[in-house]
Write a protein that binds this ligand. Structure first.
Ligand SMILES: Nc1ncnc2c1ncn2[C@@H]1O[C@H](COP(=O)(O)OP(=O)(O)OP(=O)(O)O)[C@@H](O)[C@H]1O
Ligand SMILES: [Mg+2]
Length: 287
């Protein structure tokens, strides 16, 4: 995979300013936003905070077994869009979502759909690790308990262990499961939060800058984990690190002021972006 420096040297194919001028009105996304095996399908999604529109008619698929990265300057709407995907925006006063978002063909904004089980199917890992003020064991066991996923203590123990193993944390915590989750290092806490998300068998995992509070070693561990998790889950990750997007994702979406400007294979986005705004961002001229 190319480094950002190589990318800067190789970048070609930007649109002309005339093309750009036309685009400002059409808001058409450059690149194919559909995939053959969509897990989630978003169409013409708009998000409003009171009278202010933060997402401007975004259409985007998230495929099975893929990592999709979402990049773009601060305030362009990455977190807002990510939160639409499991209805976390419902918890924000004055926030309104229009358009359609399907998960396995089912409209997640359907009035009859309960957002609580939805948030188990579409789990979320936040920028700052946020373990519950409970033991390591309870952090992972909590979700399966409230969703009634196991029948007895032995099953729950096995689920806690397998989730911690998948998150690459088991060996580091197996002898201190009764200790506080908040007593772990930042990188361990983030893996604990990933174990907690995995424990309820999600289909999709949303990650909002999951490594921004981690050192390079913990970041490398989490990135390796993301790559392993792809075999079982669909993952959408917001990142400000273009190196990280290049390392972990197969497709990349570039957002700008609430618009999805460009989407494509990660390698193509970083080596031959088609839209001037994408090029400006990845070459460091913007944001
Ligand atoms: N709870 C909120 N109430 C009102 N406006 C909000 C709220 N959250 C976000 N916004 C606005 O929506 C727009 C998009 O914000 P968002 O947090 O989604 O951006 P972002 O791309 O995640 O930025 P960053 O990279 O800084 O995290 C911004 O203009 C922001 O001010
Ligand atoms: Mg954000």
């Amino acid at each position: 995979m190319s480094t950002v420096v190589e990318v800067m040297e190789k970048t070609t194919g930007a649109m002309s300013s005339a093309e750009l001028a036309g685009e400002q009105h059409s808001r058409a996304t450059v690149g194919d936003f559909t995939v053959a095996d969509a897990r989630m399908a978003c169409r013409e999604v708009e998000v409003w905070y009171g009278p202010k529109k933060a997402i401007n008619g975004v259409s985007l698929d998230i495929g099975k077994n893929e990592v999709l990265s979402m990049i773009g300057p601060s305030g362009c709407g990455k977190s807002t869009f990510l939160r639409c995907l499991n209805r976390m925006n419902d918890t924000i006063d004055g926030c309104r979502v229009t358009g359609s978002i399907l998960l396995d063909g089912q409209d997640i904004y359907d009035k009859s759909l309960d957002p609580v089980p939805l948030r188990a199917r579409v789990g979320m890992v936040f920028q700052k690790p946020n373990p519950f003020p409970k033991s390591i064991y309870e952090n992972v066991a909590y979700g399966p308990k409230i969703h009634g996923l196991t029948n007895n203590r032995a099953e729950l123990d096995a689920l806690v262990e397998s989730s911690l193993r998948k998150a690459g944390l088991w060996d580091e915590v197996k002898d201190r499961l009764d200790q506080a989750g908040t007593g772990l290092s930042g990188g361990q806490q983030q893996r604990l939060c990933i174990a907690r998300t995995i424990a309820v068998s999600p289909e999709v995992i949303l990650m909002d800058e999951p490594c921004s509070a981690l050192d390079p070693i913990a970041t490398a561990i989490v990135e390796e984990l993301i790559d392993e998790l792809r075999s079982q889950y669909s993952i959408a990750i917001v990142t400000h690190s273009m190196q990280q997007a290049a390392r972990v994702s197969q497709r990349t979406a570039y957002f700008h002021l609430g618009d999805l400007i460009e989407i494509g294979e990660t390698n193509d986005i970083f080596t031959s972006p088609k839209h001037r705004l994408t090029e400006d961002y990845i070459t460091g001229r913007f944001g």
